[in-house]
Ligand binder design. Structure first.
Ligand SMILES: [Zn+2]
Ligand SMILES: [Zn+2]
Length: 269
């Protein structure tokens, strides 16, 4: 299969897809280039050529994620299960993290459901006070492994990135008397994440709906450093060294609409 041409546009492995080919993967989010929500059009040297394998298949094989048809849809199975066995791309898109630097999916070090549970438990325990929530979160992070703490920060970083949108920035300014600096917008995004998955998704899908419902000072700066501090306490090292391996935060996703946006968001739920 490795030497086959792209099933849609017919190019050979190693070549760039023809313009508009729906097999081509977006280098910024790992989704389908023609339908993903990223605003940036990748320059040629960033584009992902056809490899001979359907996007994501290689990662599924690496992680051992396969599925077989069951009575009510596809179910996870081992590679050697009798009958039809395919790489589990649905699971890949739902659970793995897109690594922009290496342009491939990687396993999350901390699952999104655990990430949100940590955020929401801390919120509940703090009665909605951001300072107390960060303290509480910090206590709970100290009980995780170093790997999981880094995973927490990777998830947070991705969400900050996802929320880095002009329409949300305008909403943040609206809430704060018409003004919101770069830093202020970062603290606003921290606040939004601190509210939990529901509010965060609402901010992404319908930012305008936050106006009028959100308290006048919607900042949470502390949450942005909570993992960095937990990491430092645990290892004596600076998280900056880990950060250096991460790609820069650039802006994406100004239009998260309809089905494609929802599908991409499912990775963060
Ligand atoms: Zn193609
Ligand atoms: Zn994309």
């Amino acid at each position: 299969m490795q030497n086959e041409q792209c099933p849609k546009c017919g190019v050979d492995p190693g070549q760039y897809h023809e313009s508009g080919c729906d097999v081509e993967q977006c280098p910024y989010c790992g989704g389908q280039l023609i339908s993903c929500c990223c605003d940036d059009v990748p320059p040629l040297d960033d584009r992902m050529p056809w490899t001979g394998l359907w996007p994501g298949v290689d990662e599924c094989r690496e992680f051992g994620w396969y599925a077989t048809p069951g009575p009510r849809g596809w179910v996870p199975c081992g590679q050697d299960e009798p009958g039809l066995v395919m790489e589990d791309l649905n699971r890949l898109h739902a659970q793995a993290r897109w690594d922009r630097r290496n342009k491939r999916f990687v396993m999350r070090k901390l699952g999104m459901s655990q990430f949100w549970r940590l955020i929401e438990n801390a919120k509940e325990a703090s009665g909605g006070d951001c300072g107390r929530q960060v303290e509480c979160l910090s206590g709970n992070l100290s009980e995780l492994t170093v790997e999981e703490i880094v995973g927490f920060d990777e998830n947070l970083y991705e969400l900050r990135h996802l929320l880095n949108r002009d329409d949300l920035w305008a909403v943040a300014a609206d809430i704060h008397d018409g003004r919101c600096s770069d830093d202020g917008f970062d603290y606003f995004r921290g606040w939004l994440i601190a509210q939990g998955v529901e509010m965060c998704m609402r901010g992404l899908l319908d930012p305008q709906s936050l106006i009028g419902e959100v308290t006048p000072v919607a900042w949470c700066e502390g949450i942005l450093y909570v993992a960095k501090e937990a990491y430092q306490l645990k290892t004596g090292l600076d998280m900056e060294e880990v950060w250096e391996n991460w790609p820069p935060v650039c802006r994406t996703a100004a239009r998260l609409v309809a089905a494609s946006g929802q599908a991409e968001l499912s990775r963060y739920l």
